[in-house]
Write a protein that binds this ligand. Structure first.
Ligand code: HAM
Length: 431
């Protein structure tokens, strides 16, 4: 009996070569935009001590209680595949005293995250995020900068039908006053809420606003929100943030019921949603975490950041031209006889060494087969090494778009010092 095929784990997906162009566009856009806002690249590891996430994201958050990939290593240490990167960035910030030299540290990152959620469209167990963090300032202009960077990247990628929802979920002192009013509102009807909400009521009551059950949302329709209990200082901060968003020409909706799934958030919190997505409509989210550095053992230091999900962006982005359809200025080298393979290999390396794409057949195809392959490769020209041309020190050049053919001296191709020179040579040969 043949062995069964091994398949990818439930809830993960392969990124196949036909998506490569779109991934490259996303990552290069994130790189370009983040650097233009003066954020520097950081790359924390993919696994960390479990305690980092328990302390950072919150012992009673859904992520920590239900969704983490946690395992013991050979030394019996409890490790976890990161469900997000903010806790890791803050750990690195503290561990390497990144704030000491700079005051304000601005970084960006991209990479896979892991959450054992129920998979569905736009929700995976391994997914890819990019994000940015700014650690060390309470300035409301910084809130506007981070939100603007978040927006700028999504806009540049053509993510459609975007809305920005924003809220202030306050500091512990604001939540204290709200808590009492909220308990008074919910308690008389507590039994009517779903099991999850009843549990959240005892531990993490703000998360009740995020319940997906319509009946719970109906029950909460008049519930007091933290926003209405903000102390003057925190209210003023938020008003300033909104003022700077207006100056940046960013449209937003104040959603006083917006809460986030991670417990480290304080004051400003936001989400970008896209109407192009189904129930998982949040493309990115972020907020302030002014107590997190201290909670993880560092000096009291405010922070703010966001992360966006690449799989969701791919769903909301206009579809581009796939690699296989796109024509690249480059060369497929074909041989009329296998004896010319050494020359072909030399030519291949010469073209690649000046930075141009080039390829060759590795399956012993006939010349006809190689030309078919050249066509599929998306490379714009074929260089054909056949008996009569090689004998004259020449190579036949075929324009794959219009099938027109001409000859070039091999020596001239080798002499080309860069892509431009070879381009000129081809141009002249075609005339
Ligand atoms: P988050 O809201 O948990 O925030 O995730 C940010 C984004 O990651 C979501 O808006 C979504 O696009 C994507 N995402 C989350 N879970 C999944 C999943 N299972 N499958 C596919 N995509 C997913 C954070 O992670 C915070 N660290 C953001 C942040 C940075 N806050 C401050 N700094």
């Amino acid at each position: 009996m043949p062995d069964e095929k091994i398949k990818a784990i439930y809830g993960v997906r392969d990124v196949l070569p036909d998506e490569a162009d779109r991934w490259q566009t996303i990552i290069s856009t994130v790189y370009r935009k983040s650097e233009s806002y003066n954020y520097n690249f950081i790359m924390p590891p993919i696994f960390e001590a479990t305690e980092l996430f328990a302390r950072g994201i919150g012992e009673i958050s859904d992520i920590v209680t239900k969704e983490m990939y946690t395992f013991k290593d050979q030394g019996g240490r409890s490790l976890t595949l990161r469900p997000e990167a903010t806790a890791s960035v803050v750990r690195a910030y503290i561990e390497h005293s990144l704030g000491a030299a700079k005051g304000l540290v601005k970084v960006w990152y991209a990479g896979p995250m892991f959450r054992q959620e129920r998979p569905q469209a736009g929700r995976y167990r391994q997914f890819y995020q990019f994000g940015a963090e700014a650690i060390g300032s309470l300035d409301p202009v910084l809130d506007a900068e981070v939100i603007n960077l978040n927006y700028d990247i999504l806009k540049d990628l053509g993510v459609d039908d975007l809305t920005l929802e924003i809220n202030s979920i306050g500091m512990p002192e604001d939540r204290k006053a709200h808590r009492e009013a909220f308990i008074q509102y919910v308690e008389p009807n507590l039994k009517k809420y779903c099991q999850d909400c009843q549990r959240r009521f005892g531990s993490n009551l703000l998360r009740m606003f995020d319940c997906k059950e319509n009946s719970c949302q109906d029950l909460l329709s008049e519930a007091p929100v933290v926003f209405d209990y903000l102390l003057d200082e925190n209210r003023r901060h938020f008003d300033e943030v909104l003022k700077y968003l207006e100056i940046a020409d960013l449209q937003f909706t104040l959603n006083k019921r917006l809460v986030r799934g991670l417990d480290y958030y304080t004051t400003t919190a936001w989400e970008f949603k896209s109407g192009k997505l189904g129930s998982q409509d949040s493309v990115s989210g972020g907020g302030r975490y002014d107590l997190l550095v201290e909670q993880l053992g560092g000096p009291p230091t405010p922070g703010i950041g966001f992360a966006a999900g690449v799989e969701r962006i791919l769903m909301a982005m206009p579809s581009g031209t796939e690699t296989s359809d796109r024509e690249k200025f480059g060369f497929f080298i074909a041989v009329g006889d296998q004896k010319f393979r050494a020359e072909a290999f030399k030519l291949l390396n010469a073209i690649r060494s000046i930075g141009l794409p080039a390829d060759i057949d590795y399956l012993g195809r006939s010349l006809k087969g190689q030309m078919k392959q050249a066509n599929k490769s998306g490379l714009s020209y074929a260089l054909i090494l056949a008996e009569s041309e090689v004998a004259a020190g020449k190579v036949a050049v075929r324009n794959m778009r219009n099938s027109k053919q001409f000859e070039l001296a091999m020596i001239d191709i080798y002499k080309a010092k860069d892509a431009e020179e070879l381009g000129d040579l081809i141009e002249t040969g075609q005339r």
